[in-house]
Design a protein around this ligand. Structure first.
Ligand code: NAD
Length: 333
């Protein structure tokens, strides 16, 4: 008797796979994962330019998706966004059309928090001005250096979400810091596992903190949250760290505050103009106690892989639901 016909397992063919348009390049492991779920159209592929006409699903890392884009994309249903920040996507326009946005909260918190420690310690120990002098050929003697100690300092954290909490834990554990938290949107009793003092207004945090570090999204409410008036109330030895978004600290006011000695220094991973250039920031960078970086908070290979994978997985979980796809039709590599 002839053996019974065995149905071969379904393998994802390009007819079965939904299509996703990448607006940016993604980490190679995450791209391979996306290829196993979707028919992927990358920025260099033919037909990519007409994504607005055809795309139902998008994967985005750093590109803008504006209200105009949304208006011109009648088929768009969902966007997978690598990273937590969604300020480059017009979320209101998406919401109005029922388009879902899947970001990756929490995945890059450790990497950004470690950069906060690096910026804070780098400023406190004058790493930039001292090493610059050496590079210029000057001889620097330790008697000419006078940094700050961070042990038992008070760390004021604006925005105690994933990154803010991670920063708090590192400073508590590593520097025996006192943590001051300002986050009016978190419920009573939040962060029970973390010794801290919670303040109800920003002024209270600014007045007592040796380090003020910002971990809120950029919104109409947080734009220019820290201006001259706020910096004037900070301690003269205070360090201001912004790894959240450019525009939360008013940049013109920051130059003025540094030059007036209202604060000791500033560490910035985020600027209003990105990447920051010498033309735009020369005046700010003339101050020795400024460290500027080009938005590298999540720029570790591990973090890029993890956040890109999370964006692919979150988008895929949604697509499976709405397209009624049986998970076993796809072999996850
Ligand atoms: P999160 O959503 O976990 O936390 C944000 C916190 O800010 C929340 O607890 C929220 O209640 C609080 N908040 C909102 N508005 C506030 C306000 N006006 N005052 C005080 N608190 C307020 O986000 P997260 O993962 O901690 O990231 C924080 C921000 O860091 C992101 O929005 C993003 O802009 C930025 N970020 C930067 C990088 C980088 O590479 N530098 C990487 C990731 C995230």
């Amino acid at each position: 008797m002839a053996p019974a016909a065995v149905t071969p397992p379904l393998s994802p063919s390009s007819e079965v796979k939904p299509t996703v348009y990448f607006l940016d390049s993604f980490d190679s492991t995450a791209t391979a994962r996306a290829e196993s779920f979707f028919r992927c159209i990358h920025p260099s592929d033919p037909g990519h330019a007409s994504w607005r006409d055809n795309a139902k699903y998008l994967l985005v890392r750093g590109s803008y998706v504006t209200a105009d884009d949304i208006a011109q994309a009648p088929l768009l249903r969902a966007i997978g966004k690598q990273g937590v920040g969604i300020d480059k996507i017009d979320v209101a326009a998406c919401t109005a059309k029922g388009i879902k946005v899947f970001n990756t909260p929490g995945v890059n918190a450790r990497a950004v928090a470690e950069l906060v420690v690096a910026l804070t310690t780098g400023l406190a120990r004058q790493i930039r001005p001292v090493s610059l002098k050496l590079h210029e050929g000057q001889v620097v003697r330790k008697e000419q250096c006078s940094g700050l100690i961070l042990h038992k300092s008070t760390i004021g954290i604006i925005g105690m979400g994933n990154i803010g909490k991670t920063v708090a834990k590192i400073f508590k554990g590593g520097y025996e810091s006192d943590i001051v938290a300002y986050d009016p949107y978190m419920p009573e009793g939040a962060w029970e596992d973390l010794p801290h003092k919670r303040v109800r207004n920003l002024e209270d945090l600014l007045a007592i903190s040796d380090v003020v570090t910002i971990h809120v999204p950029l919104t109409s409410e947080t734009k220019d949250l820290i201006g001259l008036e706020q910096m004037r109330t900070m301690k003269p030895n205070a360090l201001l760290i912004n790894t959240a978004r450019g525009g939360i600290v008013n940049e013109k006011d920051l130059v003025q505050a540094l030059n007036a000695g209202y604060i000791w220094g500033a560490g910035l991973d985020c600027h209003e103009q990105e990447p920051p250039t010498r033309e735009r920031y020369e005046e700010l960078w003339q101050h020795p106690n400024v460290i500027s970086l080009p938005h590298v908070g999540a720029a570790t290979a591990q973090t890029q892989r993890e956040t890109a994978l999370a964006a692919v997985e979150r988008l895929w979980a949604y697509v499976q639901q709405v397209e009624d796809i049986e998970p076993e039709m796809f072999e996850v590599r």
